[in-house]
Design a binder for this molecule. Structure first.
Ligand code: CUA
Length: 378
């Protein structure tokens, strides 16, 4: 345990939001426990070999130093027994480590029938986490870049990519997993500790690779079940007549033809409304999220939304996302040019008031309070 703690401390790589440490070797996951177990064997063997070799060296240097033996020592040519030992010992060590590695590989992916399945779809430059088991309902989507999982359960994460090579990596929960186009690979993820874990894309994938982050939020089974149920049954609340949210909803659904502003709904989905786009992230319960732009902004609690800075970030995001995040495929709404299907085209125009109305609509899209997966997290 002390060794594990020491190695974990050595591999400390950073500090996430809310004080959650990001470190390789976090013992909260069975994956990392297995890796540590295997590493300790390799380290222990290395120590034994180091002590044996350097001990032998020091012994020889001391015993045969010149002042005691001025005469030439006895010379010999070949020693069958010594040669067999020198070959056999390393071979046995390598076989032993190979057996350990193969055994660990089997332990690292114990995906069974009853495992919860999550699909992690990578796109330039965001993640879409969905629960294929709920496909009957059109797929429950855990808000793009926020992946909700239960603790103390094997979660089978199937990674894939819609464009280039990406990497799914939440260091606390194990190694990097490739997300490749036209490949569906399933990996085991587990944790026995509730919390929010930082994830990043781990393959250089373009201009906003560094802005392709995600969160894994591990909840106790009961809270996870509440979330899944609420998310499955979710239908976006209808805004009050004449409210900013209602004006925002109309712009979201229809855009503004007179200025060429494309409807948000043509790319985004909001469950329980006609908005059914799949090009962009699912915005069904945007108001429950605390991250924006695949983790470019974090910790957006209800209180922080009152902060003009958070409001300004969302405003800027809607107004001209490709300016804020290089490589974002969103259109602009300030009339500036943006890239669409490889060509530069002129964006539509929305007034600041209209953008704020859309922001108000988005923030009103919330899961019921008891299903708020962020509740209680630091
Ligand atoms: Cu996706 Cu780097």
């Amino acid at each position: 345990v002390a060794g594990g703690a020491a190695i974990s401390a050595l591999l400390l790589t950073g500090c996430g939001s809310g004080g959650q440490l990001i470190f390789i070797g976090d013992q909260a996951s069975a994956y990392n426990q297995e890796i540590l177990r295997m590493s300790l064997w390799a380290i222990a063997l290395s120590i034994v070999i180091f002590i044996g070799v350097s001990g032998g060296l020091f012994y020889t240097v001391h015993k045969f130093r010149e002042e005691n033996n001025s005469a030439e020592p006895q010379q010999f040519h070949g020693n069958n027994r010594l040669e067999v030992v020198l070959v056999l010992v390393p071979v046995l060590i390598v076989i032993f480590l190979a057996v350990l590695a193969v055994r660990s590989m089997a332990h690292l992916n114990p995906i069974g029938e009853k495992t919860l399945g999550v699909e992690a779809l990578a796109k330039q430059f965001w993640w879409n986490f969905s629960y294929p088991a709920s496909k009957v309902t059109g797929g429950v989507v855990a808000n793009g870049n926020e992946m909700i999982v239960p603790t103390k359960q094997n979660v089978a994460v199937t990674t894939t990519s819609a464009d280039v090579v990406h990497g799914f990596w939440a260091p606390n929960l194990g190694g990097q997993r490739a997300a490749l186009p036209s490949s569906h690979k399933t990996w085991n993820i587990d944790t026995n500790r509730e919390g929010v874990y930082q994830g990043n894309c781990s393959q250089l994938c373009g201009g906003s690779h560094a802005n392709m982050r995600f969160k894994v939020i591990a909840l106790p089974q009961e809270r996870f079940d509440t979330f899944i149920k609420a998310a499955t049954e979710y239908a976006a609340p209808a805004p009050a007549a004449g409210s900013a949210e209602e004006r925002g909803m109309n712009l979201f659904m229809q855009g503004k033809g007179s200025t060429g502003a494309i409807a948000c709904a043509s790319c985004h989905r909001v469950q329980g409304t006609p908005a059914n786009g799949v090009t962009g992230p699912d915005l069904s319960y945007f108001g429950t999220r605390r991250t924006l732009g695949a983790g470019m902004w974090e910790a957006m609690t209800a209180e922080q939304w009152q902060d003009p800075k958070a409001a300004a970030e969302l405003h800027a995001w809607i107004k001209h996302s490709p300016v804020v995040k290089p490589g974002s495929l969103m259109p602009t709404y300030d009339g500036s040019e943006y890239r669409a299907n490889g060509k530069m085209v002129k964006g539509g125009v929305l007034t600041d008031q209209e953008i704020d109305d859309i922001a108000a609509y988005l923030r009103s899209l919330k899961l019921p309070d008891e299903a708020d997966y962020w509740k209680g997290t630091p």
